[in-house]
Design a protein around this ligand. Structure first.
Ligand SMILES: Nc1nc2c(ncn2[C@@H]2O[C@H](COP(=O)(O)OP(=O)(O)OP(=O)(O)O)[C@@H](O)[C@H]2O)c(=O)[nH]1
Length: 445
């Protein structure tokens, strides 16, 4: 995006809820210097923190005494001129400053994500880095924070860029061979050398996709669903794990009707625990039946099902076959009431056996760590990435399908493959292709 003097200068309260010790109001756009000069009397030296009185331009009254930092574009987050006012975090202070900012021509309140969007448009961040930044702000656990920071730091984007650049170069070789095969400086079989690279990238992307959805799981949290017959003690276990009364517990079968969620941080990994309506075929009213449908639906997409059953039940209850491929842990409840009486089959593993509640929490933490793990290589974190990579693989697969299809078609396949990667990082590759052609083949000499 070129420098556009007509573009709105945007502002927003960038720090959290008020009141707070300090509140940061951020500005970006062509009128930043004018706004700062108007409020502070002069524009402080760039990138230095300066204590200034901010004054209402109408009557000269002091709005606040604030730390002011000015960043000159393009060396700023957004690539434009930008500034931050570190105000005292009172509601009236912030309201007064925002009210004054609103009165400037060409200055408007920022839409959500507008600063990051400008950073992307200015080429300061690619799309994966923008997403990483969004994830970092949302991160609730250590593992999420680490993953987001890596993505924001550009690891994932760099990996895709590397594949992309190689494919662009491969395509440039084909294009050159097609267009300039009779010229001396382009050997006639130059494109033959590219297919090893294409095969290597295809294999690397295939490996990258076989990641057990680790990054996506870490972003959204592992889904653990509590399932079992009515009265098995699901809500009690949920409350115990969450260490607060999230779900209503009564002696009455069929108490829980809807899905109830809590978010836990287990060993740094995010886990969403879902309490559900007890499963029973008979005696359930309409509301309860709907609750059971939702319970099964949710369990199907869970990463883990905790199947609860009263330890005193004489037989193991059947886990519904409708569940997917995910793990199911059987947990016997009300162990304290079990008198050791004869059973028709083995006693299901119980919370007591695995060391009570703490043991269960440890096991869940271990499960989360094994499922999500600590990745060495950068991992994809969104279905969007997966889709772009699949699109790329499709193109690579076709391009490798044999020479019979002709170089033109194979080049087009490579273009579609590169396009899949370009979409992920938010870049188009026409310019890149021209760059490579012009640089490597000296066309027009
Ligand atoms: N003694 C004992 N009672 C328990 C235990 N766990 C749950 N209960 C009791 O069993 C009854 C049912 O517990 P809930 O947690 O509501 O069971 P639920 O599986 O959520 O039940 P629904 O909502 O009907 O599906 C309540 O009276 C609990 O106090 C336990 O470990 N020991």
């Amino acid at each position: 995006m070129q420098w556009d003097p007509e573009r709105d200068t945007i502002y927003a309260l960038s720090s959290g809820g008020l009141p707070s010790g300090v509140a940061v109001v951020r500005l970006s756009g062509p009128r930043v210097r004018f706004v700062v000069e108007t409020l502070c009397g002069a524009v402080p030296e760039a990138r230095r923190t300066s204590l200034r009185r901010l004054r209402d331009p109408v009557d000269g009254s002091v709005l606040d005494e604030a730390l002011v930092i000015v960043f000159e574009g393009p060396a700023s987050f957004t690539g434009e001129d930008a500034a931050e006012f570190h105000l005292h975090g009172g509601r009236a202070v912030v309201a007064a400053v925002l009210r004054v900012l609103e009165t400037f021509d060409g200055v408007a309140a920022a839409e959500p994500g507008a600063f990051a969007r400008r950073a992307f448009e200015a080429g300061r961040l690619d799309l994966t880095e923008v997403e990483g930044l969004g994830d970092l702000v949302q991160a609730e656990t250590e593992a999420q924070r680490r993953q987001a920071l890596r993505q924001m730091g550009g690891e994932l984007g760099a990996l895709y860029d590397h594949w992309r650049a190689t494919l662009v170069r491969c395509r440039a070789m084909i294009e050159a061979e097609l267009d300039f095969a009779d010229e001396d400086d382009v050997p006639g079989t130059v494109s033959d050398s590219i297919w090893d690279d294409v095969i290597r990238i295809r294999d690397e992307i295939t490996n990258h996709l076989e990641d057990n959805r680790r990054g996506e799981r870490l972003r959204s949290g592992l889904q653990v669903v509590l399932l079992g017959p009515p009265n098995a003690g699901k809500s009690s276990l949920m409350n115990a794990l969450a260490q607060r009364d999230v779900a209503i517990v009564t002696e009455e079968a069929g108490t829980t009707r809807d899905l109830i969620e809590v978010h836990l941080d287990l060993a740094g990994f995010p886990v969403t625990l879902v309490d559900t309506a007890g499963l029973r075929g008979e005696g359930a009213g309409r509301v309860e039946r709907e609750g059971i449908r939702r319970a099964l639906e949710r369990a199907k997409t869970a990463d883990l099902v905790l199947w609860l059953q009263d330890a005193r039940e004489p037989t193991r209850s059947d886990v519904p076959v409708a569940l997917g491929q995910q793990g199911v842990w059987r947990i016997a409840t009300k162990w304290d009431l079990y008198d050791g009486s004869a059973r028709t089959d083995e006693i299901p593993s119980s919370v007591e056996v695995i060391g009570g509640l703490d043991g269960l929490l440890d096991e869940l933490g271990r499960f989360a760590s094994e499922t999500i793990g600590h990745a060495e290589a950068p991992v994809l974190t969104r279905a969007r990435h997966r889709e772009g990579l699949r699109r790329c693989l499709d193109g690579l697969g076709r391009s490798l399908e044999g020479e019979a299809r002709g170089l033109e078609l194979r080049a087009e396949d490579l273009r579609l493959a590169t396009d899949g990667l370009s979409r992920i990082v938010g870049k188009t590759d026409v310019e890149d292709l021209l760059d490579v052609i012009f640089r490597d083949f000296c066309i027009g000499k």
